[in-house]
Every structure is written in C-alpha cells, then in structure tokens.
Design a protein around this ligand. Structure first.
Ligand code: BYC
Length: 328
C-alpha cells in the first residue's frame, strides 16, 4: 500500500517562497494533472508538514474515537449488537494503524506521533471529547459521526498524496459498513418505544453542536484550507463538507421523526446551501485545545495503554533473544 522510503531531511523552512521555483512548478503541474505524489517524490516542505499534521490528527482521531463506543461493548443491547460493535471498534483501531503508516512515509516516526498525542501536543477530532452516557449516544456516533467522516474521506480519497488516498479508500469501505450498522441501530430506536425515541432525541440534542464542529471551523476562519485545497489534500472546504453532510443526512433524521436542535436550520433553495445558527467556535476551540468534558480521561486511557504495552514493543525489538520454546 505504501511506497518505501522518503526524502525527508527535517524542516529547513516551510515557506513556499524558499522552494526551488522550477521544482515547485513541476510539482504543482503534476497535481493539476491529477497525478499522485508518492513518498520518494520531491515535495515542498509545507506540503509534507501539512500532510503529517493532518494524517497524524486523523490517525489519533481513529484511535481515540474507539474509546467512546468501546465503553459500550459490555453494555450493548444483545449479542448481535455486541459483536457488531466489537468489530467496529476493532476496525477504527485498524484505521489508525493504516494512517500512522501513511504519516510515517513522510518521515515522522510513529513513536513520536504517539508521544505527541499522549502529551497533548497533537490534536484529534473534537467529537471524541464528549461522553457516551447512553446507548443512543453510541448509535449517534455509529450512524452520524461515521457519516460525517465518510463525506470528508470519500472526497479526500481523490486527493494528491498516494499513501493517504489509498488508506482512505480502504477506510471508506469499512466505514460504509459502520454507517449501515449505525443507521440500523437508530431505525430500531426510532421504531421502538417512546422511551427509546426520547433517548435518541436527547442524544441528538447533545451531539448536534459537536457534529457541526466536526467539519472544522467555517471557511472564513479556517487556517489551513487554502493551501490544502491548492495542493489537493483537501478536496472540499470545511463548509462544503458540512453542507454535503446536511444535504444527505438532515432529511434522513427528519424521516425518522426526530428534530434537530437548531431553529434556523433550513435549506436555501436558491443557493442550494444549508443555513444554520453559527456554531459556537469558542466552545470548539476550548475542546480541541484540551478543555472538553472528556479530554483528560481520553488521554489518560491512551497513556495507560502505552505504558502497559511497552514490554511488548521492547520484546518485538529483539525477537531472537526473547524467543522461548513453547513447553507444549
Ligand atoms: N477536531 O484550518 P482548519 C472517525 C483544528 S475519525 C479537532 O480548518 P484543516 C471515527 C485543525 O487541526 C475521522 N481539531 O484545519 C473514528 C487546526 O488546528 P492546528 C475524523 C480540528 O486541517 C471512531 C484548526 O482547527 N476525520 O471517522 O484544514 C469512531 C484550524 O482548522 C477539527 C478526520 O480526521 C476537529 N473537528 O481542516 C467513529 C479527517 N477541525 O492543526 C468515527 C481528516 C479543525 O492548526 N482531517 N481542527 O493546531 C481533515 O479533513 C481536516 O483536518 C479537517 C480540518 C477538516 C478536520
């Protein structure tokens, strides 16, 4: 899946103006022809830096994203739901492995990425800093967070960096199962008792603001969109992705008889764009910078996992000296 090696020599300067103009022009021509950039190809330092940032954050989001649903494996209603949820959570961790490998092709070692996650230096998706109080929270994530992720990932799978695109193709195939599973869970609640419907409505009310944040700050205030769109790492702006999600899923939510907690939400038929109350970007900033309801808990769990797994990683480094002949 991934090309071997890379030409990474550390960041001397990530300013585009410091790059060799001829190399930069050829690189941009390749991108505009729709060619994939591979790890051993020449690339501007800023392209490499941005990709590492984005792929690494994506990997962290998958691994931390396994936690809010993971806590429901023991409490999932019934054996089939338990098995499906277990498989889903396992898939999310697998996605993180694919993404860490893709980020490694750009020269940042996995150990450093994990260190940056558990020390709070790197970001991960805002949504996973909220608690899953009820089974309906878990259903919301499986259906709608996965739906949002697919909207973003299907677009970016057509982007310019080969290893990231190939990882996204594989991830999207698995996510589409998650989405179907999540939709099935929500339909079950919608068609159930009043108590079940209320439980999902209550979850939806709590999750809607973080879901609107999920696609990133509005285009007016997004820092990285311009350069990422220029180099086809992002194939749509944050507002485009949010709009596409609303287009696809608001009708489905309404169809099931649920309401969305935003009185201003409506589609403008002239522009084809959804109008909504401006999300609270101060809350978003607080949450992504470590001060959400569950940030500390999420990182503490990862820190413990890292410490407990240390002996395995050490043993794998010296397989011969630690090999023990099985007794039976
Ligand atoms: N959460 O300039 P902007 C999944 C940060 S998991 C946290 O617009 P960009 C799943 C951003 O990093 C899949 N931080 O950024 C798993 C930047 O901060 P820094 C999740 C966010 O990169 C388990 C600052 O805000 N998907 O599917 O152009 C169970 C300015 O933002 C967020 C991905 O990770 C956020 N939501 O665009 C279930 C997709 N949004 O770095 C499901 C890959 C923004 O300057 N990532 N920030 O300190 C992307 O597509 C883009 O990075 C984003 C943001 C659209 C998220």
């Amino acid at each position: 899946m991934y090309g071997g090696g890379n030409t990474f020599e550390g960041f001397k300067s990530d300013s585009i103006t410091q790059e060799d103009p001829a190399k930069l022009a050829e690189f941009e021509a390749r991108i505009s022809r729709g060619e994939k950039i591979e790890p051993t190809d020449w690339m501007p330092q800023l392209y490499r830096k941005q990709l590492i940032r984005m792929i690494e954050q994506h990997a962290h989001s998958e691994i931390i994203g396994a936690l809010p649903e993971g806590t429901w494996i023991t409490r999932a209603p019934g054996f089939k739901r338990k098995m499906a949820l277990m498989a889903k959570v396992q898939d999310e961790v697998g996605h993180a492995q694919l993404l860490y490998s893709a980020a490694e092709t750009l020269g940042k070692p996995r150990e450093q990425m994990i260190d940056d996650l558990i020390n709070g230096k790197s970001k991960y998706s805002n949504v996973f800093n909220y608690p899953t109080f009820t089974w309906a929270d878990c259903c919301f994530i499986s259906w709608l967070v996965d739906a949002g992720a697919i909207v973003n990932q299907l677009a970016n799978a057509k982007g310019s960096y080969g290893p990231y695109c190939r990882a996204l193709d594989r991830i999207c195939a698995e996510e589409s199962f998650h989405l179907k599973y999540g939709h099935h869970c929500v339909i079950h609640l919608a068609a159930g008792t009043q108590k079940q419907r209320d439980m999902f409505q209550e979850a939806l009310n709590r999750w809607w603001p973080p879901m609107m944040h999920f696609f990133g700050p509005s285009d007016k205030i997004s820092t990285h969109t311009e350069v990422l769109m220029r180099w086809k790492v992002k194939m749509g702006t944050n507002d485009d992705m949010r709009n596409q999600f609303l287009d696809m899923y608001v009708p489905k939510i309404w169809e099931l008889g649920f309401t969305i907690p935003d009185q201003n939400l409506k589609k403008n038929t002239e522009t084809g764009r959804w109008e909504y109350t401006e999300p609270d970007w101060d809350e978003f900033k607080r949450v992504i910078n470590g001060d959400g309801p569950c940030n500390k808990e999420r990182l503490a769990v990862r820190r413990i996992a890292e410490e407990r797994g240390k002996w395995v990683r050490e043993a794998l480094k010296v397989p011969k000296s630690t090999y023990v002949t099985p007794l039976a």
